[in-house]
Design a protein around this ligand. Structure first.
Ligand code: SER
Length: 264
């Protein structure tokens, strides 16, 4: 595995998807523009909803970005788990009615195993229980063994916001080893591939989108944490200067008291 820094991972990701014909986008601001359903941008796809529904068009029908995100719903997990941030960047590649599951899955695998050189044996995936197509691509084209592919229900493998483009998804996990007793910390989710097929309406109905889309989201800080072999995202390079400053201001040494660590 390559021990890349955060800026190197971001650049390699964007370059990789540019080489696959994607338009590189800048991160949108955290405050949504013209979207009353969201307080803050919480995913790479959130500022792109109009492109998924076809209301707007870009110069290309595939794009890639590293989007600044805040997930208010996750804030209570910050400090309790080893992988949640108040603020993070989400790497993503998007297809607006262009490519679909096959490319999204095989490119994700290529990036992780050939570019980042992750050990294939430590990667496993989940798919939506009814999604035989995604299962078959992982099983027969990527060549994952059956025990590395888990089928889960709507709660885990169907991605949606309050309203807007949504669909079944496939998550990729990296096994950090038995020393992590919490399964979510051991099998750290790094990438979510969403096969956007529906538009969820305000009344809760799912309308089939004319062209299916792809929306993927990979955690930049989590990937950095795995590549650098750190136990938590808070011990990676972007957080350590902040923690050091808090130590200096508070006189408290991070890592000496679990409860106080959460506050830091
Ligand atoms: N929208 C999906 C997520 O946030 C994938 O980008 O997980």
């Amino acid at each position: 595995m390559r021990r890349l820094g955060l800026n190197e991972i971001r650049e390699e990701y964007l370059e990789f998807f540019e080489s696959k014909g994607h338009l590189r986008l800048k991160s949108y601001p955290l405050i949504p523009n013209n979207d009353k359903s969201l307080l803050l941008i919480n995913a790479g796809m959130a500022p792109l909803k109009d492109y998924f529904t076809g209301v707007k068009k870009m110069s290309k029908n595939r794009a890639t970005s590293s989007q600044k995100c805040i997930r208010t719903a996750d804030i209570d997990n910050v400090g309790k788990t080893q992988r949640h941030g108040t603020f993070f960047e989400m790497l993503g590649n998007f297809s607006f009615g262009d490519y679909f599951k096959r490319e999204a899955i095989t490119w994700a695998w290529e990036f992780l195993t050939e570019k980042l050189e992750m050990d294939k044996n430590l990667l496993s995936v989940t798919v939506y229980e009814e999604d035989d197509e995604a299962y078959d691509i992982w099983r027969n084209e990527v060549g994952l063994s059956a025990e590395k592919i888990q089928r889960l229900g709507k709660e885990d493998n169907f991605w949606e916001l309050e309203v807007g483009p949504c669909g079944p998804c496939s998550e990729i996990m990296y096994d950090r080893g038995e020393k992590y007793t919490n399964p979510d910390d051991r099998f750290m989710e790094i990438w979510n591939l969403v096969f956007t097929q529906f538009n969820k309406m305000e009344d809760g109905r799912y309308e089939k989108l004319q062209n299916p889309n792809i929306d993927t989201g990979m955690g930049l800080e989590r990937t950095n944490c795995i590549l650098q072999g750190k136990t938590s995202v808070y011990l990676t390079e972007v957080f350590t200067p902040i923690i050091e400053k808090i130590e200096e201001l508070s006189g408290y040494k991070y890592g000496t008291d679990g409860e106080k660590d959460k506050s830091v």
